[in-house]
Design a binder for this molecule. Structure first.
Ligand code: NAD
Length: 515
């Protein structure tokens, strides 16, 4: 039994020794650039004809790895093999499954900077963001290991004379795990490890932009002692193999994190009973956001402005929790927008491999083009305060962009852009600000800056989001501290990193024996 969970500390890069560790790791990983990453199905490496290059978004001429792409036949086969593996994995002692996660956490902790370096290269994360991603992955492994130990033992029941009753959680079966690219280690590892530690087997289809990080994590799990047929590593185009994986009659559940559009499609497909299917498929969906920070008239305006900038432009706005709307009380609107603009102009944009870069590239050309459309539209929908520049010469760089005086119904204020674009919206009063904040199809994160207790209490009641923060930024949820997941079309509120999460990958069985 392990001691109580505590969060992995962040690396202090103000110390030269720590800076050297990451610099060395960034150099070391270059020696393996271009390596081949096969499919891994039933522990067997498969190299199909179709391959795809994973590239560095900060230098799109640089290939990081050559990754096998599964076709529909391989995808179907991976579910069959996962179903066969389930028969032995479900019988493994849950405590032993948990120990595999603890071992993986220990290995990852030892190789922290190596994984962070891959996150810098493949996802374009700055040092601090990459370090946070790796720390969160360690946290998920440690946390879900303990959760399995807590839940996979008989649960408390009311006793009656003459009967012995036992309630235990048993695993579900084969899970399709489809993570996004924006937390290519933490979210991917959390989704995979939670399903596996609960006793399920998994087909992991990594995000197309970040398969190398995922492949390396799967290897790490094997080093930690996970049997090789428990996770099938099946990279490929979601559009091509997604339906095969979800429709397969042996698929028992789908754990998806990504956009609302793809998530809703999965929910719909998974609801259709397929020939031979013997259960109702479960879908755990964590989707997008259009997150807002509300600034009240008597808030600490310096703190609010800093919180907005950190939440809007950390990882170039590519977090589901990113602030993309600043909703500001009319009395302080000019001052806050000026402060936010001044802080934003100080950000350093550039190669995330360099210490001191604040904002790296966006993930790929499709994201770059999509963001460009919103920046162009935004200039029509409001007043450009800063940014608007873009450069895809070497990598996919977008300047942090702020558009003021945006109408709350404009596309800039309604659509998830997923880039460094902030819409500032003027509110007549605090109630109006909350109404605007709630007026999108999403409900993931939000923050309120106010120094008045009654306003915070009003927001506590009315601001309809899964993760609400007061007088702090709306990004940076910590495992165990801020269980994470959203309302409305932001998902099934699965609360990753919280005590309700693991149960979603299990079902409760009650056995009653007459004595
Ligand atoms: P995406 O929906 O484009 O892709 C997510 C995953 O789905 C990828 O692995 C992709 O290959 C796969 N996919 C694509 N089409 C598919 C299909 N037809 N069938 C099955 N799988 C398919 O999202 P993304 O661009 O990778 O990630 C960004 C999105 O994720 C944003 O909307 C963001 O808000 C959201 N997100 C949400 C959370 C959360 O906790 N709520 C966390 C991180 C990211």
């Amino acid at each position: 039994m392990m001691g109580p969970f505590c969060n992995e500390p962040m690396t202090d890069f103000s110390l030269a020794d720590n800076r050297r560790l990451l610099e060395t790791a960034l150099d070391d990983i270059k020696k393996t650039y271009g390596q081949l990453y096969p499919l891994l199905i039933g522990g067997r490496e498969i190299v199909p004809e179709n391959m795809k290059h994973s590239i560095n978004p900060a230098r799109h001429g640089e290939t990081l790895g050559v990754v096998a792409q599964a076709d529909r036949k391989r995808a179907a086969e991976s579910v069959d093999i996962a179903a066969a593996a389930f028969e032995h994995w479900k019988r493994v002692d849950p405590a032993a499954r948990a120990r595999t996660l603890y071992k993986a956490a220990a290995l990852l902790r030892r190789r922290k900077h190596e994984f962070s370096a891959w996150l810098v290269a493949e996802a374009g994360k700055t040092w601090v963001e990459a370090d946070g991603d790796t720390a969160e992955a360690i946290d998920f492994l440690e946390y879900y290991g303990r959760e399995a130990e807590r839940l996979c033992v008989p649960q408390p029941l009311v006793r009656i004379p003459g009967e012995d009753n036992e309630w235990t959680y048993v695993p579900l079966g084969v899970g399709i795990v489809i993570p996004p690219w924006n937390f290519p280690l933490a979210i991917m590892a959390g989704m995979t490890a939670s399903a596996v530690v609960a006793g399920n087997t998994v087909v992991l289809k990594p995000a197309s932009a970040t398969p190398v990080v995922a492949a390396r994590f799967v290897r790490l799990m094997h080093e930690a002692g996970l049997p090789e047929d428990v996770i099938q590593f099946v990279p490929g185009s979601g559009g091509e193999i997604g339906d095969v994986l979800i429709d397969h009659p042996l698929t028992r559940f789908v754990s998806f994190t990504g956009s609302m559009e793809v998530g809703l499609r999965i929910v719909e497909r998974a609801a259709r009973l397929q020939p031979g299917q013997r259960w109702i498929k479960r879908v755990i969906a964590e989707l997008g956001g259009k997150d807002a920070i509300v600034v009240d008239r008597d808030a600490d305006l310096a703190a609010a402005s800093l919180g907005i900038v950190q939440s809007a432009f950390g990882y170039a706005g590519q977090k589901c929790s990113a602030c993309s709307r600043a909703i500001i009380h009319a009395d302080v609107y000019e001052e806050v927008t000026e402060r936010v603009t001044a802080l934003t102009k100080r950000l350093t944009i550039g190669d995330p491999a360099l210490h001191g870069t604040d904002v790296g590239p966006v993930i790929d050309r499709a994201a770059y083009n999509k963001i460009r459309q919103y920046v162009t539209a935004g200039k029509q929908q409001g007043r450009l305060l800063t940014g608007g520049g873009m450069d895809d010469g070497a990598g996919y760089f977008v300047e942090p962009t702020i558009i003021a005086d945006v109408d709350s119904q404009a596309s800039l204020a309604q659509d998830e852009i997923f880039g460094p674009v902030l819409a500032c919206i003027r509110a007549d009063d605090f109630g109006h600000a909350l109404a605007i904040a709630n007026d999108t199809p999403y409900g993931l994160t939000g923050a309120v800056y106010s120094n008045r207790r009654e306003r915070l209490e009003l927001a506590r009641d009315l601001f309809h989001v899964g993760n609400l923060y007061f007088n702090r930024k709306c990004t940076g949820a910590l495992v165990g501290v801020h269980p994470f997941g959203g309302f409305n079309l932001s998902g099934t509120d699965s609360k990753a990193g919280g005590p309700d999460y693991l149960i979603q990958f299990m079902q409760g069985k009650v056995v009653s024996e007459r004595m």
